[in-house]
Design a protein. Structure first.
Length: 322
């Protein structure tokens, strides 16, 4: 039988007991005081505590919050809570965050809220104006109306601490079948059975390109984002698979294609987090009563890439495309 001893805790004075052969017994500390040693290790990545680090590490996550009025005008924004969490994980305060497809400025808004700097590029001038409307410190948060293909005109190489974005989905918004176009009820006032509105009619908009052309352009964008990222930094791309039945494609494995072009550009796939959206989406009977049984696609992916080459941080001499 294991012998236990009783003692008064040297730190807090409460009565306690412990196995006689343990360090806690020899130190005469209660379990609470024994576990209060301060972790003096330096956090190299972010400003999270150990508990926050663990809490944010779930591989399946859902994000709370309804869409704002400006987000409804865009129609395909990720929640502010998602942006905040990812920025807190991969940056320290005052570091620079980049969103190459800024939309209506969710990333900039999150950065201003939690004390980071940001830079975003957006082709649609209406979205740019909506982005600027809610930003107070225009010096710390730059929002540029430009073609993302020209990003190197505006951003220095090796200057970005973290990148987060959700890209346009080729010509998805024009081809998605109406019964597959159900919008998140809680996140939008759009008609559930109406196709989402395309971002713009601009020929330069990647959302207007055929799928293969879109992937070619996306790879060149990944090459440039690789250049602007600081060595060892992370990039998160929020993407969703979909169906293109008009072109007889029951399932478009979009997230895998994004991984492929990102790796072609030199980035390393580091992690995949599943963004569970089923809580906000009504289940629809798809294909009934035919033999075509379709799942409701109720999740997106947070693809986490890193500027990390051959098992070590990239340098100016081994960066692909340099």
């Amino acid at each position: 039988m294991v012998k236990r001893i009783k003692f008064i805790c040297k730190k807090c004075g409460v009565s306690s007991n412990a196995n006689i052969n343990t360090n806690r017994a020899s130190c005469m500390l209660c379990s609470d005081c024994f576990g209060k040693n301060k972790d003096t290790r330096k956090n190299e990545l972010n400003n999270l505590t150990g508990k926050e680090w663990a809490r944010f590490s779930k591989s399946v996550e859902h994000y709370l919050g309804t869409r704002t009025e400006k987000q409804r005008q865009h129609g395909a924004c990720f929640p502010l809570s998602l942006a905040e969490q990812q920025i807190r994980i991969y940056t320290k305060r005052d570091q620079l965050v980049f969103d190459p497809f800024m939309g209506v400025g969710t990333t900039a808004e999150a950065c201003e809220k939690i004390g980071r700097k940001s830079i975003g590029i957006e082709l649609n001038n209406e979205f740019v104006e909506l982005s600027k409307r809610d930003i107070k410190d225009k010096k710390k948060h730059k929002i540029i109306c430009a073609d993302i293909r020209d990003m190197l005109k505006y951003i220095d190489e090796n200057s970005i601490h973290f990148q987060i974005t959700s890209p346009p989905y080729a010509n998805l918004l024009k081809t998605v079948n109406r019964e597959f176009a159900f919008k998140w009820k809680e996140h939008s006032t759009l008609n559930s059975l109406k196709n989402p509105v395309p971002y713009s009619k601009n020929d330069k908009d990647l959302g207007n390109l055929p799928y293969n052309n879109f992937l070619t352009e996306l790879e060149s964008i990944f090459l440039n984002t690789f250049k602007v990222l600081i060595d060892g930094s992370y990039a998160v791309w929020v993407v969703k698979d979909y169906r293109d039945l008009d072109n007889k494609k029951p399932f478009v494995n979009f997230h895998s294609d994004v991984i492929r072009v990102a790796e072609n550009a030199g980035l390393t796939l580091w992690d995949i987090r599943i963004y569970d959206q089923t809580k906000f989406r009504p289940l629809v009977v798809l294909g009934y009563p035919s033999k075509n049984y379709y799942l409701n696609i109720g999740h997106s992916y947070l693809l986490v890439f890193r500027k990390y080459v051959n098992g070590k941080y990239a340098t100016k001499t081994n960066r692909k495309g340099s």
